[in-house]
Design a protein around this ligand. Structure first.
Ligand code: SF4
Length: 75
């Protein structure tokens, strides 16, 4: 298992993470920022625990996020 964490308020809506893992990321039509699908908000940091099968994609998403707001933590 891994935990994906996103500091959502700093998202610039660039779409990079969506292009890599559209099953986990989606641009919100409400504010143009990216939503971590399944994520739970804790003081602006959204997080979700997922299986290792999502590790590689989301590591790439984290590396490609231009504002560096995606973190991946092993559980
Ligand atoms: S890659 Fe980063 S800045 Fe771009 S949409 Fe995803 S979370 Fe937002």
């Amino acid at each position: 298992m891994i935990k994906i964490i996103q500091q959502r308020e700093k998202c610039i809506g660039c779409n990079a993470c969506v292009e890599i893992a559209d099953y986990r990321w989606r641009i919100s039509t409400k504010d143009g920022r990216c939503t971590l699908i399944g994520g739970v908000d804790k003081k602006g940091f959204f997080s979700v625990a997922v299986g290792d099968d999502e590790l590689q994609d989301n590591l790439r998403a984290a590396e490609n996020c231009p504002v560096n707001i995606i973190k991946i933590i092993p559980l």
